[in-house]
Every structure is written in C-alpha cells, then in structure tokens.
Design a protein around this ligand. Structure first.
Ligand code: EPU
Length: 332
C-alpha cells in the first residue's frame, strides 16, 4: 500500500490541474482497502480522466491498484478496478475474446467503466458487465451488484445516484465476452474508414477494428499528455421528440439519434460548434478545435478557468437551443 501526504494530484488527473490532497492512499488488495476504511472526507478516484479539481482536496483520496485479470468459464473475465481500461481491451483481443473493440482507447480504469458506463461507437460497458464487486467506504461491507442492480443508462449507473455516489469502491468487475467476433460497424464513421482502407467486412479482424477505432479517436480527441482534457466534457442531451421536431424545422441538418419513441439525443458537440465555440478559448481554457464536446487546458489552467469556460458554453447553448447541457465530468 502506498500512502503519501500533501500530495500533488497533477499525475492523477488528465486535465493536468495542479491540486493537492491531504493524503493519497493506493491499495493493492481488498484487505488493504479494508484496513483504511472510515476516512472522512474521502474521495475514490480512478484514472482521473473524468475529474476536474476546482480546489485542493482537504481529505483522503483512495485509488485502486488491484490489477489482476482472472479468466473464468465461458469467456468471462474478473478484472481488478485498477486495470487500465485500454489494456483490458488489448488483453481480450490477444486472448481471442471479443466484444470490446469499439471501446478501444477510452481513457480511465476498469472501476470507472462500471461507474460511468463508458461508451463509444455504438457499444457501452454495460453490454458486457455481469456484476460489480464493491466495498462500502464507511462500513467495509462487501456487496456484489448484478448488472440489473447497477441500473445502467447512458453514462449512468446506481453509483452516480445521490444515495450511492461516493459510498462504494469498485474492487472487481466481471465481464462477459464472446468467442466469436461480431463487429459493430454502424457508428461514427467506421464503415467509411473500412472502405478508405479497402478492408472488406468479411475479412475484418478484431485487431483491425480496434486499430480503426484508435485512429478515429486520435484524429478527433486530444492526447491528454499533450493537451490536458477529460474526453467529452458534456453529455449529449436527451430531449423530447416535440423539442427535437421544433429544432429540426430550423436546423434541417441537425445530427440526432433516436433514443425511443418519445426521446431523441442531440450531439452537444454539434450545438457547441453552431454557437461558434469550436476552437475558441477563454483564458487558459479552450474548446477543442476538432471536437467541440471536449474542453482543453491550454497550459496552466486552474479548475476555475475550465469552469468559467464550461458555464459560458452552457449559457450560449441554452440561449440558442433552449437546451441545458450537463457536464459529464465530476467537479471536485
Ligand atoms: N459534431 C459536430 N461538431 C463537433 C463534434 C461533433 O458537428 O465539434 C457532430 C458530428 O459531426 C456528429 C455528431 O456531432 O454528427 C456526433 O459526434 P461524434 O461521433 O464525434 O460523437 P459525440 O456524440 O460527440 C460521443 C461520446 C464520445 C464517443 C463518441 C463516438 C458522449 C458524451 N461522448 O461523442 O465519448 O467517443 O460519441 O461514439 O456520449 C468520452 O466519453 O470521453 C467520449 C469521447
């Protein structure tokens, strides 16, 4: 177990914000976590790819270093919360287990995949999660949440609700994978890329699909090592069909995805771009010039700088479209 006091969290948040915590504890096993349970205030983090520190954290930060990958029967894997998500995706393909290809290169760790229900290119973590093994951060109680109990939705889970948020640490996640490769190709320009490369869908391999997803992500999303960011800063809003139809009359080319009979999802990145924010900066924070859903740290920005930009963007989107967009990123 690693315990550090007065620790700068720069390397533990992809936004590259300089903030300190009183104590950082990184544990390697559930027993180590149990031995430090009951700290207050306490914050459990993952890879720090979905956090924005607005100030120093005057408490204890916990971080899992449980990094085991255990092969169970029937293409199931029980994976430690501290495993880097993309290393898991790579592992599955190397071991002929399929399903996670479209989720390649999403930053963060396995624990967060179960909390955030990470998603991209038509796949979501929830499609593969069997159960989530957790420890209560107050009592040390161990509890396994089935996929159903996790109440998954778009970037949503029980672990993000008021009642559960911040109270449970994910120890292990069990995923169900498949021994045959069934590619999902209908989202985010994957087919266009296949055609461009002259790869036929009949000969496509899981590794090739992973490489294409990585290439698409590289072309749109900034590398946090170069330009601090937390991926999509906002969630795509889900609006009533009535609201969508009202807007679609005015914006005939507005991209959208049907959610169900009554609801439609509208890409926040498109709305932000329409408001003229794409590539624009405010102080040391900016809207990324290749994907307007991403806010970036131009260097030395504080959490407050990013928050100011976030609020300005939100206000403009609301003024123009009458839609309130919500950050996906957690403010600490
Ligand atoms: N768009 C614009 N301008 C922009 C950005 C997007 O017009 O600056 C339009 C695109 O042309 C497209 C639509 O908006 O018609 C959707 O864009 P894109 O496919 O890039 O996806 P997104 O909805 O902006 C979501 C996820 C991403 C994920 C992609 C691909 C959320 C919050 N974000 O973004 O996830 O990679 O789909 O599936 O749902 C992340 O969570 O960090 C993340 C990057």
């Amino acid at each position: 177990m690693k315990i550090k006091h007065d620790y700068n969290l720069l390397s533990l948040n992809t936004f590259g914000i300089s903030a300190k915590c009183n104590t950082l504890i990184e544990y390697n096993t559930p027993d180590e976590l149990l031995s430090v349970i009951g700290q207050s205030p306490v914050l459990h983090i993952g890879g720090g790819s979905n956090l924005l520190f607005l100030d120093d954290y005057k408490g204890t930060i916990l971080h899992s270093r449980i990094t085991t990958i255990e092969e169970l029967e029937d293409c199931r894997l029980r994976v430690g919360a501290g495993v880097i998500w993309d290393e898991l995706v790579d592992y599955t393909i190397q071991h002929n287990m399929y399903g996670l290809e479209n989720l390649s290169l999403i930053p963060g760790e396995v624990g967060a995949s179960a909390v955030q229900n990470i998603g991209a290119y038509g796949s979501e973590a929830k499609d593969f999660i069997v159960e989530v093994d957790c420890m209560n951060l107050v009592s040390g109680e161990r509890r396994i949440f089935s996929n159903e109990e996790c109440r998954y939705g778009y970037r949503q889970s029980i672990f993000k609700t008021d009642e559960y948020k911040g109270k449970w640490a994910v120890l292990y996640v069990t995923y169900q994978l498949y021994d045959t490769f069934t590619p999902r190709l209908d989202y985010g320009g994957i087919r266009v890329e296949l055609e461009r490369k002259g790869i036929g869908t009949d000969t496509l391999t899981a590794q090739q699909l992973r490489d294409i997803v990585i290439e698409i992500r590289h072309s749109k999303l900034p590398d946090p090592k170069v330009l601090g960011n937390a991926g999509s800063f906002f969630m795509n809003p889900v609006v009533s069909r009535e609201k969508y139809e009202e807007l679609a009359q005015q914006y005939t080319h507005m991209p959208h995805y049907d959610v169900d009979a009554e609801h439609v999802k509208i890409p926040a990145g498109w709305m932000i771009e329409q408001c003229g924010w794409k590539g624009r900066s405010l102080g040391k924070a900016a809207v990324h010039d290749r994907q307007a859903l991403v806010l970036v740290n131009l260097g030395g920005a504080s959490g407050e700088d990013i928050l100011k930009l976030c609020n300005a963007v939100r206000a403009d989107v609301n003024k123009r479209f009458g839609i309130d967009i919500h950050p996906e990123v957690n403010f600490i």
